[in-house]
Each structure stands twice: as structure tokens, then as C-alpha cells.
Design a protein around this ligand. Structure first.
Ligand SMILES: O=C(O)CO[C@@H](C(=O)O)[C@@H](OCCCCCc1ccc2ccccc2c1)C(=O)NCCCCCc1ccc2ccccc2c1
Ligand SMILES: [Mg+2]
Ligand SMILES: [Mg+2]
Length: 348
């Protein structure tokens, strides 16, 4: 009887995974037995934390209290949360969070401590940011603030994944020690999404592009949606893409150090999707009007091709070449982008 109940609650966790993530559910479920459950629960715990962070209808003091204590909440059997607004997309995850906690508490202790440590760091980072000087529209001032915020919400995920890979024995300890490489794995994904999500975030009253960049091209963050600012909008966008390109060499270095096939696929596929998205958004002013996504057919081809390092390098080379072809000599960022591409080509 016990095993039936345990299997049912584990199955529900995978249902929550498939419900809350288009891009990660499939690759997480392909991981080898030693890692699959730990990474699934790592995802669900952090998605639960992010569902608190993302909810703009929550009272700020209440939000901060939850963010800073989430690393203790995950040890409280039976805990659930029903205060999210009705439109919060992953609200159901927290309404049934007791199921996630039950499964989290069944993980090996070393997996639990990796997840709890990252949850504590991320929750406090999110809270510091939510109560910072720009709390009204979550705006980000400098490129340094941009890197710090993305470190909190995504770089730390890279830290935790590398630690889980090492704890499972499927990957080396030294990979987990090289924090800069793990950090870049998160920053590349998060920053690419932040560029792609300009319009969605603007409409939600959030702005994640650093003022140090966009402030060179406009007085207000929303100016870029106006047709008369087309050229400024294009140059601001290429400046953002330039900032993200700088993480590519470290992403390729991280991937080249992986030994386990299922871990390689899990790590490579989101990065390949991101470089494809980056090439799609480069000099593409549609991002100021709507959320653009790579076509389903292209995504399927990328997933099937991303199983070994040579193919992944070839895919990166293809998209970096596409960006260099679209790079315009009249763009003030033209030279910097050419040099960033040069640094990537030394690698590939
Ligand atoms: O609300 C949304 O749907 C999007 O939220 C974004 C936001 O609010 O900024 C934002 O929320 C960030 C805070 C919660 C992080 C949740 C997460 C994501 C992916 C994971 C993958 C595996 C294991 C655990 C994971 C945890 C978000 O989901 N951004 C997507 C990019 C985050 C990438 C994280 C990451 C970092 C390094 C990686 C290395 C290898 C493979 C996957 C990796 C994945
Ligand atoms: Mg989110
Ligand atoms: Mg968030």
C-alpha cells in the first residue's frame, strides 16, 4: 500500500513538471535514473519560489517573507499556498506544494542540501532585488545589476545543477568548482529570454533590460515600440545581443567538459534553443511588438541534432554566422559585435 501512495505522489510531481515547463520537462525526464528525480524536484522547488517572485499582486512584505524563508518551507510537510492571484500561471503548483515537499524529503540528503542551499541564495537574492531602490517597475540600473539579477535567478541554477551532477557521480567535481562556467549556462538562457520577452514584460509592468544599455537609445523604456524610434530600437537591441554573446565561449567550454550522454543532452538542448532564439531576435524589431518564438520544425531539428559536441559546435557556428551576416556597418555596435563573434570563432 505504501509503495502505491509513494508512486502516486512521484507521478504527480512529473505532472506538475509537464504542466509548468514547456522547455525543460522533456529534457529533465530524459536524465539517467541517478539524477532525474533530484533535477525534477530542483525545478519544482525553484518554480514554486519563482511563482512567488513573479506575482505582482502579492503584498511586498508578504512576498519578501516567503522568498527569504522558502528554504525552510520546503521542509514543512503539508505546507501549501493559496494567496497567489488568480492569473498567476503556476498557481496550482503552490496550491498542491505539499506533494512536492513530500517527494523532496524522499531525496538523498546530499541532493536535499544542494537544493536547499540554492533555494536560500536565490530567495534572498530575489528579495534583495524586490525591495531595492527600483522596486516599482523592477527596473535594473547597471550592467553589473543585470548580471547580478540573472546570477540570482539563473546562474545559481547552474551552480546547483553542477553540484547535483557531481553528487550523482555522473559528472566531475571540478566542473562544479568552476562557478563562472556554471553561471554562464544560466546567464545565457535568462538573458536571451529577457531580450525575447521585452513586450510581454513591458505589458506586465516589468523591465529587466539594464538602463545602462537602453538609456543610450531612449528616455523611456517603452519608447522602442514607437515606429519613429525604429533605428534607436534596432541599435538598442543589437547592444543587448552583444551583451549576451559574451557568454557563448563559457557555455561551449562547459558543454565540452560533460561526460554523461543524458546530462549532455539535458544541458545542450536549452543552450542550442537559446542561440537559435538569439539569431532570430537580432535586428528583428518584431520583438518590440510581440513575443517571437523559433518555429516548431526548427526546434525539433535542433533537439535531434544536439547529442554530441561536434554537432552543437556546428549549430552554434551556423547561428553566429547568421548574426554576423545581419550585423550592419552603420550600427554603433557593429565593431564590438564583430569582435565578440571573433572571440566565439576562435573557440569553435
Ligand atoms: O516563469 C517562468 O516560466 C519563467 O520564469 C523566469 C523568470 O521569472 O525570470 C525564470 O525563472 C528563473 C527562476 C526560477 C528558475 C527555475 C529553473 C529553470 C530551469 C531549470 C532547469 C533544471 C533544473 C532547475 C531549473 C530551475 C526562468 O525560468 N528562466 C529560464 C531560464 C533559467 C535557466 C536556469 C538554468 C540554468 C542553468 C542550466 C544548465 C543546464 C541546463 C539547464 C539550465 C537551466
Ligand atoms: Mg518566472
Ligand atoms: Mg521570476
Amino acid at each position: 500500500q505504501q509503495t502505491l501512495a509513494k508512486d502516486a505522489s512521484k507521478k504527480r510531481c512529473y505532472d506538475f513538471l509537464n504542466m509548468t515547463s514547456r522547455s525543460f520537462a522533456a529534457v529533465i525526464q530524459e536524465l539517467d535514473d541517478q539524477l532525474r528525480d533530484a533535477v525534477c524536484l530542483f525545478y519544482l522547488v525553484l518554480r514554486g519560489l519563482d511563482t512567488i517572485e513573479d506575482d505582482m499582486t502579492l503584498d511586498l512584505d508578504r512576498k519578501v517573507e516567503l522568498l527569504r524563508s522558502f528554504d525552510q518551507i520546503i521542509y514543512k510537510k503539508g505546507w501549501t499556498f493559496t494567496e497567489n492571484g488568480p492569473n498567476e500561471k503556476d498557481r496550482a503548483l503552490l496550491v498542491h506544494f505539499d506533494v512536492v515537499i513530500d517527494e523532496f524529503l524522499r531525496l538523498k540528503p546530499e541532493f536535499q542540501s544542494v537544493i536547499a542551499n540554492i533555494t536560500k541564495l536565490m530567495g534572498n537574492g530575489m528579495a534583495d532585488y524586490a525591495t531595492g531602490e527600483h522596486r516599482e517597475n523592477t527596473s535594473i540600473a547597471t550592467i553589473k545589476d543585470f548580471d547580478l539579477y540573472c546570477h540570482y535567478v539563473a546562474g545559481l541554477v547552474g551552480y546547483g545543477l553542477s553540484d547535483l551532477f557531481a553528487a550523482s557521480g555522473l559528472e566531475s567535481e571540478e566542473l562544479a568548482k568552476d562557478k563562472a562556467l556554471s553561471n554562464s549556462m544560466g546567464l545565457f538562457l535568462q538573458k536571451t529570454n529577457i531580450i525575447r520577452d521585452y513586450r510581454e514584460d513591458l505589458d506586465d509592468g516589468r523591465q529587466f533590460w539594464p538602463r545602462e544599455i537602453w538609456g543610450k537609445y531612449a528616455d523611456n523604456f517603452s519608447d522602442f515600440i514607437k515606429p519613429e524610434n525604429k533605428l534607436k530600437a534596432q541599435h538598442c537591441l543589437s547592444n543587448m545581443v552583444l551583451n549576451v554573446l559574451n557568454d557563448v565561449p563559457q557555455v561551449l567550454t562547459y558543454l565540452s567538459k560533460l561526460k554523461n550522454q543524458s546530462v549532455f543532452n539535458f544541458c545542450a538542448i536549452p543552450q542550442v534553443m537559446a542561440i537559435s532564439t538569439l539569431a532570430l531576435v537580432f535586428n528583428n524589431l518584431d520583438i518590440y511588438q510581440r513575443n517571437i518564438k523559433i518555429r516548431k520544425g526548427e526546434a525539433v531539428k535542433l533537439i535531434l541534432d544536439s547529442t554530441d559536441m561536434d554537432n552543437v559546435v556546428a549549430i552554434f557556428r551556423q547561428y553566429v554566422f547568421e548574426i554576423s551576416r545581419k550585423n550592419e556597418a552603420t550600427d554603433p555596435n557593429f565593431m564590438e559585435i564583430s569582435m565578440a563573434i571573433g572571440r566565439i570563432e576562435q573557440w569553435i
